[in-house]
Design a protein around this ligand. Structure first.
Ligand code: EPU
Length: 335
């Protein structure tokens, strides 16, 4: 395994922001991965999977690890019924190829998460979610290396401390995910949860797992920009939680504000709605702007750099804050 210095990271983040990595390597085995951790014990480290949820505002003063460790195996569990399927998948497998693999075999649980960019190893970091499903619902275990001690650890679902677009891996930044163990099922019954998807499936009496995947792909392709054509990192902000009282106040002026009851008197509202009503839907400033079909996504229309993105982010946050009194929190990781 070679180490490279001053490596351009533009092609390793879906926003296409430019930055140099002080050191860069691409381990292809777990042994190589361990070696790069022990070769550079004191360097700051960043693991890039698909690079679909981060961008750079400056050079990375440390070691960037871009693993390419693939593989998948079915684990049989004697104590479980046949209905349950357990798969251990290595971190560098492409997420959507894995979803397609499962759907083709009738394995149930990942179909709503079709077409999300990135790798399997990145999925638990921000607990990817779409159309009423979150990856935490099908994760049994995550195997990761503690980058400080070199120890391999296994995290049960509870130990991953999953939250909305959040986990222990995102919060601490000190684990390198090696593999994820999924718990899938064979029996499928479509449960309507999400309006957009229900509408897409209304003509099918009993949608199959493949029908759901196909419908999700159609909805996503209509709403979301392809990062290969228009560089972006998916939803830029998290959907915010506010008090019921706060929501009622906004509703007095904007009766169609989406508000879904959460817990402790909080409701989850829609960042896309707030950005839209703040006048930022499809708004563009030079090479940076929100996507016209889904204002929650910030798009790089040309050669915007990380600082242009941050400036635009601040502008959107400022507008939403002054109109609605809500602080939008980025979902994307900024380096
Ligand atoms: N809306 C507007 N104007 C628009 C678009 C949307 O007001 O132009 C409002 C509508 O009220 C709509 C609501 O926003 O009902 C929600 O929009 P959408 O269904 O597109 O979903 P979202 O809440 O904006 C979340 C996830 C997406 C995920 C979709 C579908 C987050 C941060 N984002 O977006 O995830 O695909 O739901 O389930 O939770 C990602 O994380 O990168 C991502 C794309």
């Amino acid at each position: 395994m070679d180490y490279y210095t001053k490596t351009q990271l533009k092609n390793y983040n879906s926003f296409k922001t430019e930055a140099l990595a002080k050191i860069f390597c691409q381990p292809t085995t777990i042994e190589e991965l361990r070696k790069c951790l022990s070769d550079y014990p004191h360097e700051k480290k960043l693991i890039i999977g698909g690079g679909c949820n981060l961008f750079f505002t400056k050079d990375f003063d440390g070691l960037v690890i871009y693993p390419n460790i693939k593989g998948l195996r079915e684990i049989s569990d004697e104590e479980e019924e046949d209905e349950d399927i357990f798969l251990e998948v290595n971190a560098s497998e492409n997420w959507d190829e894995f979803v397609a693999y499962c759907v083709e075999r009738g394995f149930v649980g990942l179909e709503n998460l079709s077409l999300i960019p990135g790798t399997v190893g990145a999925a638990p970091i921000q607990n990817i979610g779409a159309y009423g499903a979150e990856v935490k619902d099908v994760i049994r275990e995550v195997v990761a290396v503690d980058m400080e001690t070199g120890e391999t650890l296994s995290f049960s679902n509870a130990e991953c401390e999953f939250g909305y677009r959040d986990s222990i891996f995102k919060r601490t930044n000190k684990y390198l995910i090696l593999s994820v163990v999924f718990h899938l099922k064979r029996t499928f019954v479509y449960v309507p949860k999400y309006a957009d998807l229900n509408k897409e499936l209304e003509d099918i009496e009993e949608p199959s797992v493949q029908d759901v995947r196909d419908a999700v792909i159609r909805v996503r392709q209509r709403k979301l920009p392809d990062e290969k054509v228009l560089p972006n990192a998916g939803s830029f902000f998290k959907n915010p939680y506010i008090t019921q009282e706060h929501a009622d106040k906004i509703k007095a002026e904007y009766p169609d504000l989406p508000a879904f009851p959460y817990k402790d008197g909080l409701v989850k509202t829609s960042a896309a709605f707030l950005i839209d009503k703040a006048g930022y839907k499809g708004k563009r400033a030079g090479d940076i702007g929100t996507y016209p079909n889904q204002p929650l996504i910030i798009v790089n229309y040309g050669s915007a750099d990380g600082n242009d993105i941050v400036r635009f982010m601040n502008e959107v946050q400022g507008a939403v804050k002054s109109i609605f009194g809500i602080e939008l929190e980025p979902e994307v990781r900024i380096f």
